[in-house]
Ligand binder design. Structure first.
Ligand code: NAP
Length: 286
């Protein structure tokens, strides 16, 4: 029997808290503001940005999309991030990917003031996270942990295997799991016999970007699987990094795609934005 570890109710609860805090901040004269910097014509990126903007407006957060065009130079992107970091009406800044050829995400994200870095993109934020210091974690990585907590999955002493080592998902997820006393293994393209490693997991996080890479041969019975993957399909849908059809019935729990990590990620971006706004007034804590 495989439990479906949905993120929808959890995300709705977070958004309701965010809306209450946003209303309080607005009444006190600090309406929270989020800015998304875009430098791509990528259609799935545009869809994601629209969904963040809609969710922000619904919770009372003003969201501006700064579209620099797919031909934007790194200098232009950096200048936009610098200007937003100086703008007192902007509390959260997101640098959307993909970026134009030649632009290095981490280099540019270093221009986001860590106080506004609501998606933990500045390498300083990742460094602080790794050192166990206060910082905004990338929302997707935090969503993995929040989802596991919500569904009562215990982490202390568990063997957590993370497939993927990107700076935005795999590595921060591994750090957050370590902070929770899991024993963490991180896998990547050069991992020898991936299935042999993943079969030893109590908790398996797939953050690969390869549609349905994780199949029944990669999972032991009773493992809890978090599928971070969001791979667009030809018919306009989404498929995860886990082959749900193949592992269902074998694993103890699986997050759905869509409806798992995705909505929680968006809700946490908004939560981080009201936290940043509250801190800007000197009232908030991280
Ligand atoms: P990424 O930067 O492309 O990183 C992918 C990682 O997977 C890399 O570390 C890569 O290893 C590893 N990998 C690729 N193929 C592999 C294989 N065959 N075996 C083992 N490891 C392999 O991707 P990302 O930005 O971390 O995103 C991962 C997935 O999460 C994507 O599907 C993305 O769309 C999704 N995502 C979802 C959310 C959400 O809110 N749900 C947010 C962000 C991202 P190497 O390092 O060796 O190359």
């Amino acid at each position: 029997m495989t439990a479906t570890l949905s993120g929808k109710d959890l995300a709705a609860g977070i958004r309701a808290d965010v809306a209450a805090q946003a209303a309080e901040l607005t009444a006190a004269g600090t309406p929270p503001g989020l800015a998304v910097v875009v430098a791509t014509a990528d259609e799935s990126s545009a869809w994601y940005v629209r969904s963040i903007a809609r969710a922000a407006e619904k919770t009372g957060i003003a969201c501006s999309v700064v579209d620099l065009g797919a031909a934007a130079t790194p200098e232009r992107i950096r200048a936009a991030l610098d200007a937003l970091s100086e703008d007192p009406a902007v509390h959260g800044i997101i640098l959307q990917t993909p970026l134009p050829a030649g632009a290095v995400f981490e280099d540019l994200a270093a221009s986001i003031d860590p106080a506004n870095d609501v998606d933990g993109a500045n390498p300083l934020s990742l460094g602080r996270l790794a050192a166990g210091l206060p910082a905004f974690a990338p929302a997707t990585a935090q969503a993995v942990l929040v989802l596991l907590d919500h569904h009562g999955v215990s982490l202390a002493g568990a063997h957590a295997v993370v497939v993927g080592r990107s700076n935005v998902v795999g590595k921060p997820t591994a750090h957050l799991l370590l902070q929770r006393d899991a024993t963490v293994t991180v896998c990547h393209r050069r991992t020898k016999d991936l299935a042999e490693v993943t079969r030893t997991a109590d908790v398996l996080v797939a953050a690969v970007g390869r549609p349905e890479l994780i199949t029944a041969e990669h999972v032991a019975e009773d493992v809890v699987v978090v599928d971070v993957g969001t791979n667009p399909t030809a018919d306009g849908g989404l498929v995860g990094d886990v082959d749900a059809g193949s592992v269902t019935g074998r694993v103890a729990g699986l997050t759905p795609v869509p409806g798992g990590v995705g909505p929680v990620t968006t809700a946490l971006l908004l939560q981080h934005t009201v936290q940043a706004a509250a801190r800007s007034t000197g009232r908030g804590t991280r």
